[in-house]
Design a protein around this ligand. Structure first.
Ligand SMILES: Cc1cc2nc3c(=O)[nH]c(=O)nc-3n(C[C@H](O)[C@H](O)[C@H](O)COP(=O)(O)OP(=O)(O)OC[C@H]3O[C@@H](n4cnc5c(N)ncnc54)[C@H](O)[C@@H]3O)c2cc1C
Length: 277
């Protein structure tokens, strides 16, 4: 039996949300939550493995109490159990502490795992750091941005799209992979699944104390990285009309915008190189 852990995060359903300017975190209580799309694809990859061979899927999420909703959803889709890591002491965790707490939970609650699946990056914070950092914490190998997974006894074979080519890689288990957002189209939730999920909830709640953190621990204070500011980028547009003979206009274009055009093209254009053409 293959023991699979899928890390899923609850994210806000809308992208434009007010921020808490003091803590630099989203006021997520103002939005309805949903399963992060990349996490949902990681779950889909696990479900497809389970369709081919005996497997047990444990979905883990760390978040506010309301994040329990996505564990019910994961169960309705086919996960066997859910673990909810929730505690005020864990609130405001950066990716470093999130990975550390997830690792502690895995070591305590699901020691005998074979494969951990994460989304490559979330739709709200999108750092893409949790998967690789979690592998580092657990001292297991990891492969990121995977498009396709095949389990072959004690190894997995994965395919991923890199630049203009595909890579096929093997990795020993236990190991961790992160699933690319373009892969594994998620399945629809069947009504039968919802019924099963509510008949047998099988969701365990774990607190900071249960993982061995003392009462002075505060993820917000103890996180080594802090959000200093959050703002929308400003863009400036300028419309100019260049008039005159073609050569004069092109010369002017290169004089005014040559450096910008070169860096956008990734090519070192010689000034007036058009003269030679
Ligand atoms: C009480 C409480 C309140 C929280 N409030 C916030 C908040 O306001 N804003 C916020 O962004 N985060 C919040 N978190 C969660 C945590 O701090 C973030 O999950 C973390 O910073 C992840 O960053 P990211 O989205 O960039 O991850 P990425 O590295 O982009 O995530 C990649 C993948 O890692 C996995 N992953 C990431 N986060 C989690 C998680 N929490 N649980 C399980 N799997 C995960 C998923 O598979 C995801 O697809 C809260 C946590 C708690 C306990």
């Amino acid at each position: 039996m293959l023991n699979i852990i899928v890390c899923i995060k609850q994210v806000p359903m809308v992208s434009e949300l007010p921020w808490n300017s003091k803590t630099g975190t989203l006021k997520r209580e103002l939005a309805q939550g949903m399963m992060d799309p990349a996490s949902r694809r990681a779950l889909e990859a696990a479900l497809q493995i389970k369709e081919k061979q005996a497997a047990h899927i444990c979905a883990i999420t760390m978040g506010p109490a309301l994040a329990e909703e996505i564990l019910h959803q994961a169960k309705a889709l086919g996960a066997d159990e859910g673990v909810l890591l929730t505690d005020r002491q864990m609130a405001g965790a950066d990716t470093f502490l999130t990975s550390h707490i997830l690792a502690k939970c895995i070591q305590k609650e699901c020691k005998t795992f074979d494969l951990i699946l994460c989304g490559a990056q979330t739709s709200d914070s999108e750092t893409a750091q949790v998967g690789p950092q979690l592998a580092e914490e657990l001292k297991i190998p990891a492969i990121g941005y995977v498009n396709c997974v095949e389990v072959k006894e004690n190894i997995i074979e994965v395919q991923r799209h890199v630049d203009d080519f595909f890579e096929i890689l093997n990795m020993d288990l236990p190991g961790l992979i992160t699933i690319d957002l373009s892969a594994y189209k998620p399945r629809y939730l069947a009504l039968g699944g919802v019924e099963t999920a509510f008949e047998k909830p099988d969701i365990k709640t774990v607190s900071a104390g249960e993982l061995g953190f003392d009462k002075d621990f505060s993820a917000l204070k103890d996180s080594p990285t802090r959000i200093i500011d959050v703002f929308s980028p400003t863009t400036q547009k300028e419309n100019r009309v260049l008039k005159g003979a073609v050569k004069k206009v092109v010369d002017q274009l290169f004089d005014d915008y040559g450096k910008v055009i070169s860096s956008a093209m990734g090519k070192d254009l010689k000034t007036h190189e058009h003269d030679e053409a």
